[in-house]
Design a protein around this ligand. Structure first.
Ligand code: 13P
Length: 336
């Protein structure tokens, strides 16, 4: 696939009814996912699992981009085909997580994402390796007196610096300010915090001269905290999320690809569908799910080759359901 510029790449990534597979779990994180299915995490088992996903029939027509961890971008399938070629052959573009994880801010429980050091060099290499887009995740915690303005400002400045550098290397930056679901806060609190983050993010992106038409936003949906007793309906999540986005996100941004963040598979799909059924928004609204696309597949796989087909079927089903949600055409009855 040939693209004239990053704006074309961004348009391709958010084409109607397509979304991202987030398969960029760091080695420690994929290790935790494998622990849950009693599977040892080795370079080969991680390759086998990810190859299984990339070769599933549900990749085609549903997935426009796959976010990879450094190891996977360099790995080859069991038959020696580079995994990035397995991905491209389905019509999806390979992308790469480029942040280096989080460190505490002044010994508090708040964190700042790092990785700007050496980012230029890494981008040069990733561009050569064929990555067409990148991802950087900032983590914002809600708690008593949290998040601090310092945490929001610091993270949004770094996200903007990252986006500028990535665009200079002809790749589309996905900017991911994730407000965590942990806690018992209300949806209104999540709305306020998400608004503060998005407002600061777009001010910073503009100040740094980032091309918004060549950028994709990966936000959380506006939800009550995971342990809150007053959870919203899918329709209420869609209303509050849409209000928050309309107040803070410029219309020229091509697309918004939500993270799943710990929602159940069905909630992540139903909420995206409710958002798209609302309509009247200037951006494409789609998915960039990790857990909500992979949980069922991991459980079906259990680290055993004999389960490859059922794991692929589980992943393909979620990919298809989320495609329908990205079009506002999903229905609970289609879940089977
Ligand atoms: P989840 O959908 O599991 O939240 O993962 C998305 C992601 O890429 C987090 O950075």
């Amino acid at each position: 696939m040939n693209f004239e510029n990053i704006e074309e790449i961004a348009q391709y990534l958010v084409a109607d009814g397509k979304g991202f597979l987030a398969a960029d779990e760091s080695t420690p994180t994929i290790g935790k996912r494998f622990d849950a299915i009693n599977t040892e995490s080795t370079e080969t088992s991680r390759r086998d699992y990810r190859e299984l996903l990339f070769r599933a029939k549900g990749m085609k027509d549903n997935i426009s981009g796959v976010i990879l961890f450094d190891e996977t971008l360099r790995q080859s399938a069991a038959d020696d085909t580079p995994l990035k070629e397995v991905i491209s052959s389905t019509g999806a573009l390979p992308g790469i997580k480029v942040d280096k994880g989080v460190t505490p801010i002044n010994d508090t429980e708040e964190v700042l994402t790092g990785g700007l050091e050496g980012l230029e060099d890494r981008c040069l290499e990733y561009e050569t390796l064929g990555a067409k887009f990148t991802k950087w995740r900032a983590v914002i915690k809600i708690g008593s007196g949290l998040p601090s303005n310092e945490c929001i400002k610091g993270n949004m400045q770094v996200l903007s610096d990252y986006a500028k550098i990535v665009q200079e290397h002809n790749m589309v930056p996905i900017v991911e300010p994730e407000v965590l679901m942990d806690g018992n806060h209300s949806a209104e609190t999540c709305y306020d915090v998400t608004s503060r983050c998005l407002d600061s993010l777009f001010k910073n992106l503009e100040a740094k001269g980032v091309n918004i038409k060549g950028t994709i936003l990966k936000p959380n949906m506006v939800l009550a905290g995971q342990s809150s007793i007053s959870q919203l309906s899918h329709d209420e999540v869609a209303d509050l999320t849409m209000k928050c986005l309309k107040e803070n996100v410029p219309a020229e941004l091509p697309g918004i690809a939500f993270l799943s963040g710990g929602q159940s598979d069905l909630d992540a799909t139903a909420n995206l569908d409710a958002l798209n059924k609302k309509g009247g928004n200037p951006w494409k609204l789609t998915f960039s799910y990790g857990r909500a696309l992979q949980q069922a597949a991991l459980k079906a796989w259990m680290g055993d080759k004999v389960n490859t087909q059922s794991a692929q079927d589980a992943f393909s089903h979620r990919a298809e359901m989320n495609k329908l949600a990205a079009l506002g055409q999903w229905d609970m009855q289609l879940e089977g």
